[in-house]
Design a binder for this molecule. Sequence first.
Ligand SMILES: [Zn+2]
Length: 165
Amino acid sequence: MAKNFQAKDRRDIKHLDRGNPYFEYRKYPEPTECKNCGLVFVDGRWAVKTISKGIANKEICPACRIIKDKIPFGICVLEGNFLKDEKNKSEIINIIKNIEKNVREKRPLQRIMEIKEEDGKLEITTTYDHLARRIGESIYKAYKGELVLKYQEGERFARVYWKRD
Ligand SMILES: [Zn+2]
């Protein structure tokens, strides 16, 4: 199944830990504004904020950088005959979009990168491992089927498979 993945594996990337541009808790001068999505780094984290005065320091936030580099931290693959029904499929896509919307309110760096449809499967790539997990778990909770999580603590990369025939 793994050979079907088009997204590059996070583990192929050597520069984890030190010097990792994705590292969420890196210190930026405060405030710093993401020149791509407008999030602001204040109080040690990226958040949706309106700062009345102009922000001189501009950077690209970790989420935008991950999206730009097209290297996800989470992959969720959904498959099976259940998805061949267009109604089921669009319902599932709506659920996925709502999950992202809700998560982003509190954790704006957790984003869906792409929802790709191929050979009757849906492949969802995410900027954070937790979001891929959450999507898989929510679909499983709503529709049953089979769920496999491949996730190692400390690795910050999750592969999630869900199937229902
Ligand atoms: Zn950004």
